[in-house]
Structure formats: C-alpha cells, structure tokens
Design a protein around this ligand. Structure first.
Ligand SMILES: [Zn+2]
Ligand SMILES: [Zn+2]
Ligand SMILES: [Zn+2]
Length: 493
C-alpha cells in the first residue's frame, strides 16, 4: 500500500490530536497549498470550536482546501466536534490512525482522476467528490431551519467554482459582525448547490437514493417559512371561536347554545319555542365555529398558508411541493469522473453567431417586434436535439464516438448560413434562427439535418439520434416570452 501524507493544520494551541512523526504540521491551508503538496489526508486541529470566531476560522480553512484542486476531493477530518462544521468534513477524530482505511480508500480512488479536468468544472468536482467516497456514498441533504433554503447540500456548496462563489469576495477579515454571520451561513452557495444538484440529477449523473423529506415552498418567492392560518371561510378573518351550537327544529335557527339559555331551560331566541329534548326538539349541528367578525357559522375553517418572507397568502394546494432526496452517483456520473468529461455536452456551434441563450432569446423577441411592424420580415427557427450520446459513447468507445460526433458537427455547421444565429439551451439541444426564411425552406433544412441519422451506420445497439424540427412563433401571439416558446418547442424535440 502506498504511504500517504497526513497534513495537520494547526490553528491554535488547543490540540486534540497528538503530534506524530507521520504528521506534517502547517499553520494554515494557504501555507500547505504553497508547498504544492502531494495527495494526502488533512486534519484540522488546535481550536476548541466553542466560539463562533473559532468555527469561522476552521470554516475558512475548509473553503480554501475544497477550492483547491489538491484537496477538493481529499479526506478531511476535524480533531473535535464543532457545531455547523461537523457536517462539512469526512469525520471527527482524535486519532487519525483509526480513520486511515477509509481515508486511504478515498485517496486511492482519487488517483484515477485528472486534476486538470477538475480545475474549472464544479459539476465534475462534485461527481468526483462522490466517486472517491465509494459506491456506498450517499449525498445527504442537510437541514438548516432558519435558512431560506431549508435543505441543501453543504458538501457541494464548498465545491462550487470560486469565480461563482460569493464567499470569495467576503473574506472574514474585512467583514463586520452582521456580514460575517451572513457569509458563515453561506446562503448564496447553498442555493447554487441546490441548483447544481438538480442539474446533475436532471442529466442523470446522480440518481435519487432515498426520499428524506418533503417541504412546501411559497409559490411566489420560493422560501419555505410558512405560517398556516385557519380563517373564517366567509370573510377571511382569523378571529373566530369554537362553540357548541344548537339547531332549533321548529324554525331551523342555528346559534351558539348561550343564545338559547333562558333561566334554566333552552328557548329559541327566534321562534320562542322551548326546546326540551335533544333529538326531537333540537340537535347540535356540525357547524361549530362562529366568526367574531362577520357572525357566520361554519363547520371547518379554511386553511391558508402565509409566507413569512413575502407575505403572499396561498391555498395549501398551490404551494410548491419539493421532495428532498439523498443521492448516489449514477453509472453515468461515475463514467464522467473516470473520463474527465461530462459526455452529454456537445459543442455543435461556435464562432461569432453563436450566442448565449438569453441573448438569443432577446434577438428573437426583437425580431418578433420588428415583424409586427414589417409583416414581410418573417423568420423561423430550427431546434436540434441529440439523443443517446452517452449510451453510444459507452458502447463504441470514446475514440469512435468523437469521430462520429466530429463528422456530424462538421456537416451540420456546413448547412448553417453566415447570417443565421445559433445557441444552445441544454448540453444536447441547439437552436438556429433563420432570418428572412419561410417555414417551408427551413423545413427542408431540418429534414436534411435529420437525414444525417441515415448516414450513421453503427454496429452498436444504441444509435445517436438527431431530431431537427422547424418552428415559428405565431404572428398573433400574446405576451409569451421567447424563452417560454423555446421551452415549449424543446418539448417537441
Ligand atoms: Zn413568499
Ligand atoms: Zn367571518
Ligand atoms: Zn326556533
């Protein structure tokens, strides 16, 4: 077995782990990273972690380690348990020897991963983090009741690209107390981690393991701090009481029993009948609540959910239901780590006319407005989608796959005119905007693209499938955004 280094980051005097010849000590993560360390195990030691400032210190060391290519997936331990930090590390140990088997197994699996590929790809880093922790590793959500995200994946939040991380700008030294608290809660990153996890799930790189919880969120602001209020179904007031009601059989009057009491007997306040026998003179109706605001009587109050953040009141059935899962790395995710590529991404278009998706949508919207004024300014769009890419790649091998894809890409590119504009809305979905082109002509082009399917004679079971369809935004359209149209069109691909 290969010997691995054990690096201890000593943040103070209060060590919980004894010094050892096998352990090299450093004052900070930065000092450790400066020596360009070989792969190893990291132990954070020296602080008791009772004070928030101590925990913050440990937290920032962790951020620095996970940001680095060297330690983004490495086994990291704390020498003492620390509130809020525990969940971010691989474990707590006062004796690193005890954790060596698992730590070494993590390091051994890391050997197969190309560090360069991890550099600017946080998705791949997240997959690699799971991969090196073995097949049994399950990415668990962590609940933080006072946060706006409620459940997130803090391990993943630490692995986001540094350029997209708000925490990078908010170093602890330059923050006042309040901002420190904010940055420690790591909110922006937690929300981004949620998005990243759902991206990985949507693309099949990770798979649901267990359903951990279900939360409901405000449909307007998407936060989950809701106050369920019961209200009068008639006027909406929250001011009502549960009362014992009496129903007079003679006249049908319904009122609280206090209204019927007269001396020692029950007398209907409306028809003056003396009510003697329950069942023959009167009964207790199902209505057992009376509103103090409008006086109406009802069986059950209505229940509404008030958002504590944005104050929107919703019917419970309108709340956004979110299932919270733990995840395992899928076969596809594991392959992505081993090959260092997220296979589904296709670089179909490049160059000047290939726009970011939101710019493309703005142009479509501009052309739509232009067409309103000049009705002969028609334009059409072609959507292209690739299917089975990953499957084909695994069955025919990377080399042949790349050859095939290069050929397809070359042919499609050659069909695109210099005045056409292109974009991509997903790693496998592309759009061409064809100005001054009637539907029938772009239909011919779409058909020619689909004919490439026949060119792909492959011996494997799986076949790359290219779908190309022509679309037009209706001239009598409402206010629907271009993005929404493309979303609808994409469903037809
Ligand atoms: Zn809200
Ligand atoms: Zn009322
Ligand atoms: Zn009566």
């Amino acid at each position: 077995m290969k010997e691995y280094k054990i690096y201890r980051i000593l943040l103070g005097e209060e060590t919980a782990h004894s010094s050892d010849d096998n352990i090299s000590d450093f004052q900070s993560a930065r000092e450790l990273l400066e020596i360009q360390p070989e792969p190893g195990i990291v132990l954070l030691d020296g602080l008791k972690g009772k004070k928030t400032s101590d925990r913050l210190k440990v937290f920032w060391e962790l951020v620095e380690l996970r940001e680095s290519v060297e330690f983004c997936c490495a086994p990291i331990y704390l020498s003492r348990t620390m509130q809020q930090i525990d969940i971010l590390v691989d474990g707590i140990t006062g004796n690193i020897e005890e954790r060596l088997p698992e730590a070494i197994s993590i390091l051994e699996k890391s050997v197969r991963i190309s560090r360069d590929k991890l550099q600017d790809n946080h998705n791949l880093r997240m997959l690699a983090f799971m991969y090196v922790r073995g097949e049994e590793y399950s990415l668990s959500p962590v609940c933080s009741p006072f946060s706006q995200w409620i459940y997130s994946y803090p391990h993943m939040a630490l692995l986001l690209d540094s350029s997209t991380k708000a925490s990078k700008i908010l170093r602890p030294e330059d923050l006042s107390g309040l901002e420190r608290l904010r940055s420690f809660r790591f909110d922006t990153e937690m929300i981004m981690a949620l998005r990243a996890v759902s991206f990985l799930e949507d693309h099949g790189y990770i798979a649901q393991d267990a359903l951990v919880d279900r939360v409901r969120k405000c449909p307007k602001c998407n936060t989950g701090h809701l106050n369920y209020v019961d209200i009068c179904p008639n006027c909406g007031s929250i001011d009502f009481n549960k009362k014992l009601m009496i129903h007079c059989f003679t006249c049908g009057h319904v009122a609280p029993d206090s209204d019927f009491r007269k001396n020692m007997s029950f007398v209907c306040p409306k028809c003056n009948t003396v009510l003697r026998h329950l069942g023959s003179d009167y009964d207790h109706p199902l209505e057992s609540h009376e509103c103090n605001n409008c006086g109406s009587k009802f069986i059950e109050p209505d229940v509404k959910a008030d958002c504590l953040f944005c104050k929107t009141r919703s019917v419970p059935s309108d709340l956004t239901v979110v299932n919270i899962y733990s995840y395992k790395l899928s076969e596809k995710g594991s392959a992505a780590v081993r090959t260092g590529t997220m296979q589904m991404e296709v670089q179909l278009f490049d160059g000047r006319n290939n726009l970011k998706f939101n710019y493309f949508c703005s142009i479509v919207e501009w052309m739509r407005e232009y067409r309103k004024r000049y009705s002969d300014e028609i334009f059409t769009m072609i959507g292209i989608k690739f299917s089975n890419l990953y499957e084909v790649e695994t069955s025919v091998g990377e080399e042949l796959y790349n050859k095939i894809m290069d050929e397809i890409i070359f042919r499609i590119r050659s069909m695109v005119r210099t005045t056409d504009i292109t974009t991509s809305s997903a790693p496998d979905t592309f759009w061409i905007l064809l100005p001054r082109t009637i539907f029938d002509n772009s239909k011919i082009l779409a058909e020619r693209i689909e004919q490439l399917n026949n060119m792909l004679e492959m011996k494997s079971e799986n076949k790359i499938e290219i779908t190309a369809k022509c679309f037009q935004i209706p001239t009598d359209e409402s206010d629907m955004s271009a993005e929404k149209y493309l979303e609808l069109f994409a469903e037809q691909l």
